[in-house]
Design a protein around this ligand. Structure first.
Ligand code: FES
Length: 124
């Protein structure tokens, strides 16, 4: 894909690659339907975001930067989402889940799985 973009723009491939890998909004890896961002900024960290992140990794069976085999979830970390008072914060599909705890992870992930499953059934 990058080669095609470079050819169409008449730019060196290295320049296209540099832009594609610089911005967080762009990715060379496919993303899951639900992108999960766990804030690991200072305020969230002191309130336990590392334990929340570990629980999410365990629940999904993936590490940061990876996507689940069913392509439903991708997991990423961010440094601060600007809502420090609500930390630890987890954002899934642009929905903020404040004061997240490891105990809430399973039900939160289940909610998105169920939502996706019911939408698939509606299409059938
Ligand atoms: S440190 Fe997590 S929202 Fe600011």
């Amino acid at each position: 894909m990058l080669v095609l973009v470079a050819e169409r723009l008449g730019l060196p491939l290295s320049q296209v690659y540099r832009v594609a890998t610089f911005y967080n909004a762009l990715s060379l890896q496919p993303k899951g339907k639900h992108l999960i961002h766990v804030c690991t900024g200072t305020a969230c960290h002191v309130r336990g975001s590392a334990r929340v992140l570990d629980r999410i990794k365990m629940e999904l069976g993936i590490d940061v930067g990876e996507m689940t085999g069913d392509r439903l979830f991708s997991l990423e970390t961010v440094n601060c989402l600007g809502a420090c008072a609500l930390g630890p914060i987890v954002v899934i599909r642009n929905e903020y889940h404040g004061q997240m705890t490891p105990a809430k992870v399973k039900s939160t992930v289940k909610k998105y799985r169920k939502e996706t499953s019911s939408k698939r059934h509606e299409k059938d």
